[in-house]
Ligand binder design. Structure first.
Ligand SMILES: Cc1ncc(COP(=O)(O)O)c(C=O)c1O
Length: 412
C-alpha cells in the first residue's frame, strides 16, 4: 500500500464524458475496467487532433506534415519508455496490444530458441493470451509447459514454483496482476528463481500497467507487455518492452514495409530496433492517444492512481464480504483492481444481468482464464473492476443491487 493521497473522483469524473450517461434508468456505474477502461477527454482530443491536424504516414515523408506525424508517433514511444522506466526507447515496440506482444515473443523468440527438453513455466491463473501462444510454441518445438498452481489463499504457490523452475526452464511467463482475481503476483520472488537457472522472464502487464507504477529495470524481467485500452488509451495499441540484446538477436515477427533495411529478390535485411518488429504502417493515431493517456496518468501520479484503486478495492471487498451467501475469490492480501465473486444459488450471468438492470456494468464468465476457473472449481464468476473514476457510492449501489438480485433469485 502506497502512502500517496487518493484522488478525488469529483476532480476526475468530469474528464470522462462517457460516464455521464444513464443506464437502466440510473447513472451508469461502469465497473468493467479490467476488460477495458474509459477514455479521458485528453485522449479523445489527442486522437481527434492528430487526425484533424497531423495525419500523414510516418518515417517516409520528406514534407513537413509527415515529419510532424513522425515526431508525434516517436514522441509517444518516448513517453511509453518513461512510463515503464525503460532506459532505452529502442526496446519499446508498439503492438496492437498485450496479446500481439506476447505472440511476438512466442513466435520470434520461442520458435527460434526452444526445443524438446526445454520447459516454459506459466501459472494456472494466466489469461489465455499468455497461455495459448505458449501452447502453440510447445506444439511446434517440443518444449514442455509447466504450471505454477494456486496455493493457500488463492495466491500463487511459491514453494511449487521453486520446485517447477529448474535448469531445463528457458522462460517463465507470468501475469503481473491477475485479471480474474486481482492478485498481484509475487513476480520478484519468481523472477529471482528464474534468474537462478538462467531462464528469461516475461511479465504480462495488461492489468498492472494501468494500476500501479511499473519499473521494468527494478522488476528485472526480460519482456514486459501491456495494452493501451486498459490504461485509459485507445484500442489497437500496446507495448512490448524487451531487453535490447535479446531483441537484437531475435528474427522479425511479421514481414513487410518499415521492418526492412534492404530488400532484393534474393532476400532482405532488417531495420534497426524497434522498427524491425513493426511491419507495415504502424498504429500512429493510437500511439498518439496512448501517449496522451500516459501524460494524463503521469500528471495525476501513478502512486495516487494505485492508492485510489487499492482503496476502492478494499472498500468493495469489505462491503461485498458482508453479504450473506457471497464468496469472494482471490488473495485478500494482494488483491486489487478486480473483485470476482459468486452468490450461492445465483448463476454469475444472471447476477450480471440483474446488476445491468440497475445501471451497473460488470462482467460474468471465465474472464479468458478457463484453467483458473477449473482450478477454483467454478465455471464462471461475476467480476467488478475499478478505475480512478469509480466511487464509493457506485460500490454501495453494487452491494445493494447484489442483495436485491439475491433476494429476487432466491425468493428471500
Ligand atoms: C492479464 C491479461 N493479459 C492479457 C490480456 C489481453 O489483452 P488484449 O486483449 O488487450 O491484448 C488481458 C485482457 O483482458 C489481460 O487482462
Amino acid at each position: 500500500m502506497t502512502s500517496a493521497a487518493p484522488l478525488d473522483p469529483a476532480d476526475i469524473r468530469p474528464d470522462f464524458p462517457l460516464l455521464d450517461q444513464q443506464s437502466g434508468g440510473q447513472l451508469l456505474a461502469y465497473l468493467d475496467n479490467a476488460a477495458t477502461s474509459q477514455k479521458p477527454l485528453a485522449v479523445i482530443e489527442a486522437v481527434e487532433g492528430y487526425y484533424r491536424h497531423t495525419n500523414a504516414n510516418v518515417h517516409r515523408g520528406i514534407y513537413e506534415l509527415a515529419n510532424r506525424s513522425t515526431e508525434a508517433f516517436e514522441g509517444a514511444r518516448q513517453k511509453a519508455a518513461e512510463f515503464i522506466n525503460a532506459s532505452d526507447w529502442h526496446s519499446v515496440i508498439f503492438t496492437s496490444g498485450t496479446t500481439e506482444a506476447i505472440n511476438l515473443v512466442a513466435y520470434a523468440w520461442g520458435r527460434q530458441q526452444l526445443g524438446s527438453g526445454d520447459e516454459i513455466v506459466l501459472s494456472v491463473s494466466e489469461h489465455h493470451s499468455n497461455l495459448v501462444p505458449w501452447q502453440l510454441v510447445a506444439k511446434a518445438t517440443g518444449a514442455k509447459l509447466r504450471y505454477i498452481p494456486l496455493g493457500e489463499h488463492q495466491g500463487l504457490d511459491l514453494e511449487a514454483a521453486a520446485q517447477l523452475i529448474n535448469p531445463r526452464t528457458k522462460l517463465v511467463a507470468l501475469g503481473h496482476q491477475s485479471n480474474a482475481l486481482g492478485n498481484v503476483n509475487p513476480v520478484a520472488q519468481i523472477t529471482a528463481l528464474a534468474k537462478n537457472v538462467g531462464a528469461l522472464v516475461l511479465l504480462d502487464g495488461a492489468q498492472s500497467a494501468p494500476h500501479f507504477p511499473v519499473d521494468v529495470q527494478a522488476l528485472g524481467c526480460d519482456f514486459y507487455a501491456f495494452s493501451g485500452h486498459k490504461l485509459l488509451g485507445p484500442t489497437g495499441i500496446g507495448v512490448l518492452w524487451g531487453r535490447r540484446e535479446i531483441l537484437e538477436e531475435m528474427d522479425p515477427f511479421l514481414g513487410g514495409g518499415e521492418m526492412i533495411h534492404t530488400v532484393t529478390l534474393e532476400g532482405s535485411t532488417w531495420n534497426e530496433l524497434p522498427w524491425k518488429f513493426e511491419a507495415g504502417t504502424p498504429k500512429i493515431a493510437q500511439a498518439v492517444g496512448l501517449g496522451a493517456a500516459m501524460d494524463y496518468l503521469t500528471a495525476l501520479g501513478m502512486d495516487r492512481v494505485q492508492r485510489t484503486i487499492d482503496d476502492l478495492s478494499d472498500y468493495a471487498a469489505r462491503s461485498l464480504g458482508e453479504i450473506p451467501g457471497i464468496t469472494l475469490y482471490g488473495d485478500a492480501d494482494t488483491r486489487s483492481g478486480a473483485l470476482s465473486f459468486a452468490m450461492k444459488g445465483v448463476h454469475p450471468h444472471d447476477m450480471a444481468q440483474l446488476l445491468d438492470q440497475e445501471g451497473i456494468a460488470v462482467r460474468a464468465g471465465h474472464h479468458c482464464t478457463q484453467p483458473l476457473m477449473q482450478s477454483l472449481g467454478v465455471a464462471a464468476t461475476t467480476r467488478a473492476s475499478f478505475q480512478i473514476y469509480n466511487t464509493v457510492e457506485e460500490i454501495d449501489r453494487l452491494a445493494a443491487a447484489i442483495r436485491k438480485a439475491a433476494a429476487f433469485m432466491l425468493g428471500a
